[in-house]
Design a protein around this ligand. Structure first.
Ligand SMILES: [Cu+2]
Length: 119
């Protein structure tokens, strides 16, 4: 084992770049794509219970959102938005085991719906 890397000089600041963070976190537990035809890429998703990192990718050309609903109740504090093709949003939501629905809340997109099984 070597500690020789301790002498590396880091740049003092990085004020020049302001590119948006449009990449997925390395450890996404649930990846959902919005695709053309007002739908998600799958009709059902499955993920382990707990703190779930969700990535939402827009493969369509219009704005979409992603919320989680259980019964008639939206899971509070979680909503992802992708405004245009190629947009990526991510966030985390804590879910107990159970059956949920993924929805897009944009008016007219009520067919964007998928089952989410948390186990
Ligand atoms: Cu939508």
């Amino acid at each position: 084992m070597s500690l020789a890397a301790l002498g590396i000089a880091l740049p003092a600041c990085s004020s020049s770049s302001s590119s948006p963070a449009e990449t997925l976190p390395a450890t996404v537990g649930l990846e959902v794509h919005a695709v053309s035809g007002l739908k998600f890429d799958k009709t059902s998703y499955e993920v382990g219970a707990g703190d779930i990192s969700v990535g939402y990718i827009n493969d369509d050309s219009i704005r979409h959102t992603l919320v989680v609903v259980q019964g008639d109740t939206k899971v509070s504090g979680f909503e992802l938005k992708v405004n245009k093709k190629g947009d990526i949003d991510s966030g985390s939501v804590t879910l107990a085991a159970g059956n949920y629905i993924l929805l897009c809340t944009v008016p007219g997109h009520q067919n964007m719906k998928a089952d989410l099984t948390v186990k």
